[in-house]
Design a protein around this ligand. Structure first.
Ligand code: ATP
Ligand code: MG
Length: 658
């Protein structure tokens, strides 16, 4: 498809490409008068003069159905039009991206978090199902998040529209078969097909992998014939009840699934309440867990002929015997995209991505508030950035699975450590010899910075590790996870010494008080909890935020805590009493990170609003707004000598603050 950047469609000027999918391209658009932002999706295929009138009517009928959908969890589509022959739709712009970006393939999430995601999705589907509209393309890439992190299901019925407008080639390109129900693959989608796709998403998030893998045709055949793999073989912490619910929603026969998508979610909630996820004490070891038998049965149930179709009337027949495989090239060259999509869903485990060649750096020298250095791998979001204790190096890490340790003066990469899955957090030991990392594989890794070797793998968390932090004396490491716990480990031996279970949602952040006696943890339950490091005894529960708390930082004198939240505020409060001291409201979107200046007089906070703001702790007044990222900022860290800040978005910037 051509590049549309800079062009105008209707009243919208297309600013940049947001992404490409099976049906076309999505651009960020700006209203030429109102300056509001929208997402403009250009469908791949032209509607040309050869189409029949009946065809056009069917196409418009579907578009009308989509435009009529009004639901708090359905992304609004408010215009459907055509530029010459290219159909496009204009929809709300979802500033926080997709759930696929938030939880890249390989992520393992807690049952509670999965339920929190699928509840709104199921409500949206249930609403559409009452009018017999089938979504047909339920998958993490089609679940978007707005600036308040509201879950929005997108691309309702686009599969149908694209089908109506598409040639055979586009139909073969229609995204992956990974989430498609057997009857939909055979060309007969029903409302229960969406329940099946939702259940595949649940499977993927709970197990860290898709139930069926391989090339698109093999995946299609497995959906049709291979029994659902055991979830508990892939994640032994899951209860039999949870497994049974997911398997029922993935029944091959649509009639054997739950009566409705809401019934499915309700059953999952019940199963989770009956037998909540528990920690397996045998896994409290620094050694890799026991290997379970492979979960995927490769054998096909029946060697009977099958029909795979991406929608009627374009179907093609194949039989699943070995000699039928060459026939799959029937949809040959047009399958390239589909393959690419599947390949993207593999966890980035190989070391080759962790080389330094993709890193680019630019050096500028400016004064106060200006960028000194940008360091970028151009391969995804950077979630964590930390200074070495001596201030000469920085460690940064994110979705590209590598932890890069680099020299601040030169921008040269010193080490590239391959964590093996998306990295959400990095922490430097107080003596500067080690770093700890945690990510979506649920493992905390401890590395020797001088050799770049991994020393320990700490494996007791059940799902993603969101934060790791060293105690000020370097003896302990605390790690916070989506499994709702904070674990405390002995740094020298990797022995698990304590666990804190006071939160009832995922824990996003944890920080040690400067004297090493207390820990503060911030969570999706909207609280920050301060507790004794040795006993786990709760000292203070702060409930001031109205949304997920993403970050918490202790003032250098140990008296105050600053917490940053999805409610767009940073709050400063007394660490032991919870008394609110100051509320900072300078951001216009969710705040992801906060850091104190070493003298405790200033704070810097980083937000989805694309800025880092430096403000005074005593007056709560903004002193400096750093705007050079122009994309959401996920992490921020103040250098120990106080004159520089490191902030991370898709690259890391080092900038002068005083
Ligand atoms: P499919 O074609 O099956 O829907 P997809 O969802 O990956 O696959 P698109 O819907 O074309 O593909 O979207 C491509 C990318 O564009 C998405 O992954 C997302 O990052 C971005 N995107 C799509 N719609 C929006 C939106 N309304 N707001 C912000 N970003 C969007
Ligand atoms: Mg989409």
């Amino acid at each position: 498809m051509p590049n549309w950047v800079g062009q105008q469609l209707g009243n919208y000027c297309l600013l940049r490409l947001l992404g490409k999918g099976g049906f076309g391209q999505v651009y960020l658009g700006e209203h030429i008068y109102l300056k509001t932002h929208v997402a403009v999706k250009l469908l791949r295929e032209d509607i040309n003069g050869t189409q029949t009138e009946a065809f056009r009517l069917a196409f418009l009928d579907e578009a009308r159905k989509i435009a009529a959908l009004k639901h708090p969890h359905i992304l609004r589509v408010f215009e459907f039009s055509m530029d010459k022959f290219t159909p496009y739709l204009v929809m709300d712009y979802a500033a926080h991206g997709t759930l696929l970006e938030r939880h890249p393939p390989g992520s393992k999430l807690s049952v509670a978090r999965v339920i929190s995601y699928i509840q709104p999705i199921a409500q949206a589907l249930s609403y559409a199902h009452t009018t017999q509209l089938v979504h047909r393309d339920v998958k993490p890439a089609n679940v978007l998040l707005d600036e308040l992190d509201t879950i929005l299901l997108s691309d309702f019925g686009v599969a149908t529209i694209a089908h109506n407008t598409a040639s055979m080639q586009t139909i073969a390109n229609m995204g992956t078969a990974s989430y498609m129900a057997p009857e939909q693959l055979q060309g007969h989608p029903v409302t229960a097909s969406d329940q099946y796709a939702l259940a595949v998403m649940v499977f993927e998030w709970l197990c860290g992998e898709l139930p069926y893998q391989g090339d698109p045709i093999s995946v299609g055949i497995q959906h049709l014939t291979t029994p659902v793999p055991s979830l508990r073989q892939l994640n032994r912490e899951l209860s039999p009840a949870v497994e049974a619910v997911v398997q029922k929603a993935m029944a091959k026969d649509a009639k054997l699934r739950f009566a409705s998508v809401l019934d499915f979610v309700y059953a999952l909630e019940q199963a989770n309440q009956a037998e909540p996820q528990t920690r397996n004490s045998a896994s409290n070891s620094v050694f890799p867990p026991a290997v379970f038998p492979p979960a995927h049965t490769k054998s096909f149930v029946e060697p009977a002929p099958l029909t795979l179709a991406f929608d009627n009337p374009f179907s093609f027949a194949l039989s699943n015997t070995a000699d039928s495989i060459p026939a799959l090239s029937l949809i040959d060259d047009s399958r390239g995209l589909t393959y690419a999509l599947l390949a993207n869903q593999e966890p980035l485990l190989n070391n080759s991505i962790a080389n330094n060649s993709s890193v680019n750096k630019t050096r500028h020298v400016y004064a106060n508030g200006m960028t000194l250095l940008t360091y970028g791998s151009a391969s995804g979001k950077v979630y964590s950035v930390v200074w070495s204790p001596d201030g000469t190096r920085v460690a940064s890490a994110g979705n590209d699975t590598a932890i890069r340790i680099w020299d601040v003066a030169s921008g040269e990469t010193l080490h590239t450590l391959s964590h093996g899955s998306a990295v959400y957090t990095v922490a430097w030991s107080p003596d500067g010899t080690r770093v700890a990392s945690g990510g979506n594989d649920a493992i905390v890794r401890i590395w020797d910075v001088t050799t770049g070797q991994v020393l320990y793998n700490l494996q007791s968390h059940l799902v993603s590790v969101n934060a790791v932090v060293w105690s000020p004396d370097g003896r302990f490491i605390a790690s916070a996870s989506d499994d709702q716990s904070v674990l405390v480990w002995e740094a020298v031996s990797g022995k698990l010494v304590d666990h804190y279970e006071g939160h009832d949602k995922w824990v996003n952040a944890v920080t040690w008080s400067p004297d090493g006696k207390l820990l503060a943890s911030a969570a999706g339950d909207q609280t920050v909890q301060v507790w004794e490091a040795t006993s786990g005894k709760l000292v203070c529960r702060y409930k001031g935020h109205n949304s997920d708390v993403h970050a918490v930082a202790w003032s250098p004198d140990g008296k105050l805590l600053a917490s940053a939240s999805g409610d767009q505020t940073v709050r400063i409060w007394e660490a032991t009493s919870g008394k609110l001291v100051r509320r900072y409201e300078g951001h216009s979107a969710s705040v992801n990170a906060v850091t104190w200046s070493p003298d405790g007089k200033l704070l810097a906070s980083a937000s989805y609003d694309q800025t880092v703001q430096v403000w005074s702790a005593t007056a709560g007044r903004a002193l400096l707004t750093y705007q050079a990222h122009q994309t959401p900022v996920f992490a921020v860290a103040w250098s120990s000598e106080g004159s520089q800040i490191a902030s991370a978005s898709y690259d890391v910037h080092i900038w002068q603050v005083s």
